[in-house]
Design a protein around this ligand. Sequence first.
Ligand SMILES: [Zn+2]
Length: 435
Amino acid sequence: MFEQQILPEKPSRPQPASRRVWLAAAVALPLMVTFGAYGVAEFGPREAVAVTPVTEALTPPELISRVATTPFWREEVIRSGDTLSALIVRLGIDDEAASAFIRSDASARPLYELRAGRVLRAQTTAEGKLLQLRYMAADSTQLQLLATSEDFVVKQAPAALTRETAFKAGTITSSLFGATDRVELPDEVTRQLIEIFEGEIDFHRKLKKGDRFGVVFETYTLDGQVIKTGRILAAEFVNGGRKLQAVWYESQPGEGAYFSLKGESLKKSFLQTPVEFSRISSGFATRFHPVLHTWKQHKGIDYAAPTGTRIRAASDGIVTHAAYSSTYGNVLEIKHQGVYSTLYAHLNRFAPGLKAGQRVRQGDIIGFVGTTGRSTGPHLHYEFKISGNQVDPTKLDLPRNQSLDVREFARFRPHAEQLNAQLNLLARVELARAD
Ligand SMILES: [Zn+2]
């Protein structure tokens, strides 16, 4: 089922009758999402995905000599704290030779790296003699233990992952991470969601109760199990009643970005906030007001965040200054294109190796929040300057990156509109389910 694709280890609970109706609707929809998402992928990320179907090569039939008339396949989801011996019992394996091999043979070691939520599959004879055991050991390696006429053999090969798309939507009641946790949106996808919209939304200060998001993203599955997540293909975020939309588009293979439905780049020339919005910093902000002082009080913006929170370069530029001062503590300044520069103060430390003269790209980690210099608690003091004079960046309409040109927009639009229509439909279903 669609929801279970995301976190399949969750056992499905019986649903109340009223929810079943909506689940049925949701089940019918993934096909459409898949279709739409692949539509975009035609000129997009599909090329970048190396999915090698090698499962067949793993199972040379001549290796299986103990051919049973009725081979049984069983599977067990690994629980936290599970041991291999417990799983062997649950899988119905009653085979001393197999157990001895697994215990003693070095090639069987990866089987001991059990990860909760993953699945172990076993094929046995009716009597419980092991024919084969399959396990996804690392992210893209499938491990296979096969019975031979003499003994057992372990094979490892890249798994044949299937690329699929998934959809999640949620509403913020207390915090963004509270909402993403509730709908089981993987953190890696949440991180991308923040990155896509942070040019438009000040996640530290402007999230509101009732804000909503919807995301269509790639998943890679093996036998119906999600092994990893991929890229967000389309997303929307309603912030304070303002609806923002993003669609992934690659103008050339490997060179992609997110655009609004109108073809405008969602990336701005400067980040709204240089303090990384993470699970840690957002938790902090809910307990303490994130802004200690306003612009008026001291010509800068203060972001309260736990010591060690990552600070990013607001835009591309060159580090002109990185040193200690008694008031600013560890402070660094970056000169950007044209008349712009930015200053970051009270850092606990600079990024390793960072020094004056260095070139940085927007989003690069340049240091970590601290409370050095004249400071009463961990925070980042951030100044935005035009020709050396501090200005309030929240009052400026900063330039965006380039929009799609007419020719590109003509290619982009039908796919973007299709994805968006599906996003809207799924979001409505999801909202109705939540009610
Ligand atoms: Zn300050």
